[in-house]
Design a protein around this ligand. Structure first.
Ligand SMILES: Cc1ncc(COP(=O)(O)O)c(C=O)c1O
Length: 405
């Protein structure tokens, strides 16, 4: 057990430093799992199911969002709920992100404890244990900011910050999709002013995420809805600004709306998550220049799967079911086989049905699939393999995997 943990820690530390480009080539070699022989292997020889990220494609996406937003005044604060890897968060910071977002206190802890300095937690901490953890985290890491969306919670945060002997940084989350957030307008203004007056809280601005509009099909349709839905948020921002509040953060937007947010006065940064990897859910929404496929970003994340049964004509069984791909829709897509329909309904088995295939398949053959929805798939794996030119270059630990608290 001890040696397992040591090796694991070694891989994690090394992968983070390696991804950061901090290591010399010889040390970089140590950042890999030397007890396995995966480095240098073809991705087609990896045992499966194996989660793989094409490093060149991911870099293209990381750079792409910055290039697209250059000159708009809108920054990038990527949401790590998607990838859950400090090593990838470091790459995003190196590319010019203003900080990162995390959904949960446990994700925030993993990021801050692994070298990421600026974390905006977009979810609220309501239970006593989480509030305590949040204050302990803020005490240790000055770059930790948390969201609040109701007056009682603001009071609880104030009391806990006082008890911890700190001034905790807070943004007010504004409701867009009836999921989280204080109602826009007077309730939001009153909450912001309340936070602003609290001696142990520091009001830093607002966040508002329109999760409902991100996957709306058709760029113009999506933009029309995004602009309309955000009107009350913008009006609230104006009220807060007029009231003299500190509006240094006005954060929101996602992969489906990242290039629409500069329309809003005072908006500071987009919280893009899925843009890194893309997935079937995002590929179908259409972009500004291609209504059929959303190609602003390229799919970089795949799962390698093995065929384990071919007994029935027009049917292939794989080793990747719901526990490898989830049952999200649209279902996984086999690269190079447009006629395949993938069902991941069984826990451990995938079922492919087809009338036509590009070749004949036998037990043991590998397939590469694009995943339905990236965030929940990543949460199923301990590591993702960093692939370049089809070969394994690094093993990236998914340190916040399973961190749902
Ligand atoms: C609050 C918040 N911000 C940003 C994102 C990232 O969105 P996307 O993956 O669509 O870029 C999410 C995703 O669910 C979210 O909940």
């Amino acid at each position: 057990m001890g040696s397992f943990l040591n090796r694991r820690k070694f891989i994690q530390t090394g992968a983070l430093a390696g991804a950061a480009g901090l290591l010399s080539p010889s040390l970089r070699a140590q950042s890999i799992d030397t007890s396995s022989s995966v480095i240098g292997k073809s991705k087609w020889d990896l045992d499966s199911p194996a989660l793989c990220v094409d490093l060149d494609k991911m870099s293209q996406n990381i750079k792409g969002v910055h290039t697209a937003l250059q000159g708009t005044g809108v920054g990038v604060r990527p949401h790590i709920k998607t990838h859950k890897c400090p090593a990838i968060a470091k790459m995003q910071m190196d590319a010019g992100a203003v900080g990162i977002c995390a959904a949960k206190i446990s994700e925030s802890e993993v990021m801050l404890e692994n070298g990421i300095k600026d974390v905006l937690m977009t979810g609220v901490n309501v239970t006593a244990p989480k509030i305590e953890r949040a204050m302990a985290l803020r005490k240790k890491h000055t770059g930790f900011i948390q969201a609040v969306d109701n007056p009682q919670n603001a009071k609880d945060l104030q009391d806990a910050a006082k008890a911890a002997g700190i001034i905790a940084d807070v943004v007010v989350d504004i409701d867009v999709i009836k999921r989280s957030g204080v109602l826009p307008g007077e309730p939001a203004l009153a909450l912001a002013q309340m936070v602003d007056k609290m001696p142990n809280l520091r009001f830093r601005g607002i966040l508002a995420y329109d999760g409902g509009v991100q996957h709306v099909k058709g760029f113009q349709n999506r933009k029309k809805k995004a602009l309309k839905n955000f009107e009350p948020v913008v009006a609230t921002y104006e009220k807060m600004k007029a009231a003299g509040l500190n509006m240094e953060i006005f954060s929101g937007g996602g992969t489906g709306t990242y290039n629409m947010m500069s329309n809003f006065p005072g908006f500071t940064d987009v919280q893009v998550g899925s843009y890194l990897f893309m997935d079937r859910q995002y590929m179908v929404i259409g972009g500004e220049n291609n209504e059929n496929e959303y190609d602003d970003f390229v799919p970089s994340l795949t799962v390698m799967t093995t065929i384990i049964n071919t007994n029935h004509p027009g049917r292939l069984i794989t080793d990747s079911g719901a526990k490898s791909l989830t049952i999200n829709r649209p279902t996984a897509m086999v690269i190079g086989e447009p006629g395949f329909t993938y069902s991941a309904g069984s826990d451990e088995y995938g079922t492919i049905r087809f009338e036509e295939s590009s070749r004949s398949y036998k037990v043991g053959d590998k397939l590469e699939v694009i995943i339905p929805h990236c965030d929940p798939v990543i949460n199923l794996y301990d590591v993702m393999y960093g692939i370049r030119n089809d070969r394994v270059e690094s093993v990236i630990p998914i340190l916040a995997r399973g961190k749902s608290q």
